[in-house]
Design a protein around this ligand. Structure first.
Ligand SMILES: C[S@@+](CC[C@H](N)C(=O)[O-])C[C@H]1O[C@@H](n2cnc3c(N)ncnc32)[C@H](O)[C@@H]1O
Ligand code: SF4
Length: 407
């Protein structure tokens, strides 16, 4: 049994998953589905019902009135939440405001796809209370968009960003790099084109071939679907240079922001904060007196909806993680942040009971991939390029597993 802890770790974030998309992109392994019809009334009811359930649950765990818990961020993710009827987002925000104390500076983000239909709905989303959008541009190159199987063209992408800027105080855009044969010139041109909008936040993701996707099948058939590793590493370095010069500094492996414009919601995940999550496949965490409470919902949209209808929630698993699991997640998430994480995690994440592999730590410091300052471990740019390797070595400490078994 984990030691009893005395933690009150609010404030809290809330994630809302909308699993539907116009089409399934060939590279995407998110919990996203194309549905012929969506019973929006049933979905609205189910999301509100689960939100109510989660608020009561967290209040019970912390032994406080949920109206005293402060909500500091809310994130509509997907799938494609910009396909939601804006009234449902308004109802969820209103419901959250009735259940929790809303932070004065609450960040309410929605992911949006840049098709013209969705751009037309932006004013209604702003009216609903959303104050930040993350626009899934993916590419500002026609060939790139076709390769990625996107539903929009570059003209729509550019109009969507311009419209988003008009309606929201905070706008971010996602790009994917590392497409086959992508040149530095092509990538720099895309970055500069995006920079002309003077956004405060940009996410640049390396194209990853995820198991179970169409790209995965095609890759197994011998198609080349990404640039080679050296080219990808170079594009990553170029990204930091080009965005850095424009004042958007890397604060996470794939995220760049002007001062004060990092995504509060995502930073909360990376810093192992607490969050509730509603919708199919969504998962949340709360730090309780007995360790980290891990909640995971049923993944299938129909299955989730039917569970909520029968039981008032779509939860599939609810467990207190072992401290070793929490320690693992602390580093897997935390080392993604450029500022790094304290070497000794808080008690709920193992405190000093578990350790990183000291020999590998020394090697990575010598290589210039990691730095330790004032008890904080952080990656360098060269380290972020190799984060998966670094994490797999640092966390591979057999004694940790032994200690976890004995505790
Ligand atoms: C939840 S997803 C998609 C949000 C939205 N539906 C869209 O398509 O723009 C969030 C982001 O993950 C990134 N992403 C998804 N799959 C990826 C992959 N296989 N490789 C790299 N980036 C990926 C995309 O940039 C995407 O905007
Ligand atoms: S990338 Fe976005 S639009 Fe495409 S399938 Fe995934 S969630 Fe849907």
């Amino acid at each position: 049994m984990p030691a009893k802890l005395n933690l009150k770790n609010y404030p809290l974030s809330l994630y809302v998953h909308w699993p539907f998309c116009l089409a399934k992109c060939p590279y995407c392994d998110f919990n996203s589905h194309v549905a012929e019809t969506i019973d929006t009334a049933a979905w609205k009811w189910a999301l509100l019902t689960e939100l109510d359930f989660r608020a009561r649950q967290v209040a019970e765990v912390f032994s406080v009135d949920h109206r005293n818990i402060e909500l500091k961020s809310l994130f509509f993710g997907g799938g494609t939440p910009s396909l939601m009827p804006p009234q449902i987002t308004a109802d969820i925000i209103d419901c959250a405001a009735g259940l929790f104390k809303i932070a004065d500076n609450i960040e309410i983000t929605a992911e949006m796809n840049p098709t013209s239909v969705e751009t037309e709905k932006l004013s209604a989303f702003a009216h609903a209370g959303i104050n930040r959008v993350s626009v899934g541009i993916q590419s500002l190159d026609e060939t790139g968009l076709k390769f990625l199987g996107r539903e929009h063209d570059t003209k729509e992408a550019l109009s969507a960003i311009a419209a988003a800027k008009k309606h929201f105080p905070s706008v971010s855009a996602d790009l994917i790099y590392g497409l086959p044969e992508q040149t530095t010139a092509n990538w720099t041109e895309q970055l500069n084109s995006l920079l002309s909008f003077e956004l405060g936040h940009i996410s640049c993701y390396q194209l990853t071939i995820e198991t179970g996707t169409i790209f995965h099948t095609r890759a197994r058939q011998g198609h080349v679907l990404t640039a080679d590793n050296d080219a990808i590493a170079h594009l990553y370095v170029v990204t930091e240079e080009v965005l850095g010069k424009a004042g958007l500094h890397a604060y996470e492996v794939s995220n760049y922001a002007k001062l004060g414009q990092a995504s509060a919601h995502n930073v909360n995940y990376w810093k192992a904060g607490d969050w509730l999550a509603i919708g199919p496949g969504a998962h949340g965490r709360i730090t309780t007196a007995n360790g980290r409470f891990h909640m995971a919902n049923r993944k299938s949209p129909d299955g989730w909806l039917s569970n909520v209808t029968k039981k008032g929630h779509g939860c599939e698993t609810q467990v207190i993680e072992t401290m070793y699991q929490s320690f693992d997640e602390y580093w897997m998430m935390g080392l993604r942040l450029c500022e790094g994480r304290p070497m000794t995690p808080p008690p709920a994440f193992g405190g000093s009971d578990f350790v990183l592999h000291q020999d590998w730590l020394n090697i990575f410091i010598q290589e210039g991939w990691l730095e330790i300052n004032n008890g904080t471990v952080r990656t360098t740019l060269q380290g972020r390029l190799r984060l998966n390797t670094i994490l797999s070595r640092l966390l591979d400490v057999p004694e940790n597993e032994l200690r976890a078994e004995m505790s």
